[in-house]
Design a protein around this ligand. Structure first.
Ligand code: SF4
Ligand code: SF4
Length: 481
C-alpha cells in the first residue's frame, strides 16, 4: 500500500460519515500554523512575508488543539513558519494524537536532528542494547557527534522529563525539499540546508520515524532534476512525497518584485506550464510513492478539470480561520463554521477553464484541488483512488555513488562542491536560473536585518554570497547577472 492501512481507513471513514450525513462541506486536512516565525527566507514563500507584522505572535497550545477539534479534520498538517521553533511543538503533537489525528510536521528540516536527539535522550537506557546500537549507527553515519552521543547517554533528569516527539505510525516528518542540493539551497537561500535535510531524513529512518517530503515546482524547476530527486529520496527510504505547482499568490508575487527585483512571471507557473511540467506525474506515481490522489494527478497532467475545494484544507493561524484558502487571504474568521457559512465559495476557483476570480486563474495547487480528487462522487474516481492506494508500494530505488553525486550537485562552498556548482550553472538547464538570482542594482546590504536574518528580514546576503563566490571564481555568469 502507498499509505498505511490504518490511516487510509481513518480518512475513508471520515469521508463516508460526512457523505452519509449529507454534509455539504467538511474539512479533510487542517493546515495549522501555530506561528509564522522561520529560520529561513525561501524564495517564493509568501507566508513569512504576508504575516511579517505578526512574526512574533503564536497561537497558544490550547487554541491550536481547539482549532483541530473545531474543524475535526482527520489530518493535521502543522506548518508555519517553521513549526519546530514553536515552543510547545511536542505538546501540540501529543495533544493532536490524543484527539486521534494523523499529523504531518511540515519542516524545513534544520531542527529535526535536535528534536530526535532529545527523543533519544528520553528513551536511552544503558541496559538496552538496541539503544546503544542506534547511537553506533548514527555515529557511523556522522548523523550525531561523539559529544552528542555522550549527552544522550548521560541525559539528566530534566532532559529525561521532556515531552518529545516519538516515532509513530500516526505521524510524519514532512520535509521541505524543492530539488537537489544546488536548487534547494538557492531556493531556501541558505547553503547546507539540503545536506541537513538529508542527514535528518537518514536519522529519522534509522530511528523508525515515518518521513515524507513536500516539493513545490516552479517555472525553472528542471523535470529531470525532479526525477533524480525522487530517485534519491526513494533510495533514502522516504515514505512518500507531496508535490504541488508553485502559484503566484499576492504575497509571494509582491516579494518577488520588491525584494528580488524579478518578474513573478519568470518564477511561477501558468496553468499551461503546470500541465507541461506535470506531464509525467502519473508515471512518477507508479515509480515513486507520491501522496495525493490519481484524480489530482490527472488534473495536473491536464487530462481533466476539477473544481477547487479549498474549504476541505482550511488554514488556522494567529489571525483565525483564513479564507478562502491557504494561499489567498480575503479575511479571517473566528470559527471554521463561520468561515464555511460566510465565504462565497462559488466566487473562487476555475470552472471549465474560466476563472471565477482572476487570482485563481493559474492555481492548480495541492491545497485547492487534491481534496477535490478525494471527494469526487464519481464511482470511477473512487475506484481509481482505491486502486492507487491499495496497489503495491513502488520499490525503493537503489542507492549508488552516482545517484549521490547527482544529489549533492553544489553549492556547499568550501566543501568540495564548487566545481560541480559551476558545472551546474553552465549547463543549459541552469542558464535560465535568473529568478533565483538577485537584481544587483537596487538592493541594500547596509541595513542590518532586524531579526538576525530570520524570516521576513529580506536578508538574502548568504545566497548572494554563494552566487558571488561561484561567479567570482572564473568566467561563470548566470543569465540574470
Ligand atoms: S521554510 Fe521556507 S517555505 Fe517554509 S515557512 Fe520558512 S521561509 Fe517559508
Ligand atoms: S483556486 Fe482555490 S486554492 Fe487556488 S487560489 Fe483560488 S481559492 Fe485558492
Amino acid at each position: 500500500m502507498r499509505f498505511p492501512l490504518a490511516l487510509t481507513v481513518k480518512i475513508a471513514r471520515h469521508i463516508v460519515k460526512h457523505k452519509l450525513r449529507g454534509t455539504p462541506k467538511f474539512a479533510m486536512v487542517l493546515q495549522l500554523e501555530p506561528l509564522h516565525t522561520c529560520n529561513l527566507t525561501c524564495t517564493g514563500c509568501g507566508r513569512i512575508r504576508e504575516y511579517s507584522t505578526s512574526l512574533k505572535d503564536m497561537v497558544p497550545l490550547e487554541q491550536c488543539l481547539a482549532a483541530a477539534k473545531d474543524c475535526d479534520a482527520p489530518m493535521v498538517s502543522i506548518c508555519g513558519g517553521e513549526p519546530l521553533i514553536y515552543p510547545k511543538i511536542e505538546e501540540l503533537v501529543a495533544g493532536l494524537r490524543e484527539q486521534g489525528r494523523i499529523i504531518y510536521i511540515c519542516t524545513n528540516g534544520v531542527f529535526m536532528r535536535k528534536k530526535m536527539r532529545e527523543y533519544l535522550a528520553v528513551i536511552f537506557d544503558k541496559a538496552n542494547p538496541t539503544h546503544e546500537s542506534y547511537l553506533s549507527q548514527l555515529l557511523a553515519e556522522n548523523l550525531i557527534t561523539e559529544k552528542e552521543a555522550e549527552a544522550i547517554r548521560n541525559a539528566d533528569a530534566a532532559a529525561k522529563a521532556k515531552t518529545v516527539i516519538h516515532p509513530s505510525k500516526w505521524h510524519y516528518w514532512n520535509v521541505h525539499v524543492d530539488g537537489l542540493e544546488f536548487t534547494h539551497d538557492l531556493i531556501v537561500e541558505r547553503e547546507g540546508v539540503f545536506k541537513e535535510c538529508v542527514a535528518a531524513i537518514k536519522m529519522a529512518k534509522i530511528l523508525g520515524y515515518q518521513t515524507a517530503t513536500n516539493t513545490t515546482v516552479y517555472k525553472e524547476t528542471d523535470v529531470q532534476e525532479l526525477e533524480d530527486m525522487f530517485k534519491f529520496l526513494s533510495s533514502l527510504n522516504v515514505d512518500g512525497h507531496t508535490i504541488s505547482p508553485g502559484y503566484d499568490y499576492d504575497a509571494a508575487k509582491k516579494d518577488m518584485v520588491k525584494r528580488l527585483g524579478k518578474d513573478p512571471k519568470d518564477f511561477f507557473l501558468t496553468r499551461d506550464m503546470t500541465r507541461k511540467k506535470f506531464a509525467k506525474i502519473e508515471e512518477w506515481g507508479r515509480l515513486f510513492t507520491i501522496f495525493g490522489t490519481p484524480v489530482y494527478q490527472e488534473f495536473l497532467a491536464g487530462k481533466r478539470e476539477l473544481t477547487c475545494t479549498a474549504w476541505a484544507i482550511p488554514t488556522y493561524n494567529v489571525k483565525g480561520w483564513k479564507a478562502p484558502c491557504y494561499l489567498m487571504t480575503d479575511g479571517h474568521y473566528p470559527t471554521y463554521g463561520e468561515m464555511l457559512g460566510t465565504v462565497k465559495w462559488e466566487k473562487y476557483g476555475v470552472v471549465d477553464g474560466v476563472a471565477r476570480d482572476s487570482r485563481c486563474e493559474h492555481c492548480m495547487v495541492h491545497c485547492g484541488y487534491d481534496p477535490s480528487g478525494a471527494l469526487s462522487n464519481k464511482p470511477y474516481d473512487s475506484w481509481l483512488n482505491m486502486k492507487y492506494n491499495f496497489g503495491p508500494r513502488p520499490t525503493t530505488y537503489p542507492a549508488s555513488p552516482e545517484l549521490e553525486k547527482r544529489a549533492f550537485n553544489g553549492v556547499t562552498i568550501g566543501r568540495g562542491h564548487l566545481a560541480e556548482a559551476k558545472a551546474a550553472i553552465q549547463s543549459p538547464a541552469a542558464s535560465a536560473r535568473g529568478a533565483f538570482s538577485r537584481k544587483d542594482d537596487d538592493h541594500d546590504h547596509t541595513s542590518a536585518p532586524t531579526n538576525g536574518g530570520s524570516c521576513g528580514s529580506g536578508d538574502t546576503s548568504q545566497r548572494d554570497d554563494l552566487l558571488a563566490k561561484i561567479k567570482g571564481n572564473g568566467t561563470v555568469t548566470t543569465k540574470a547577472e
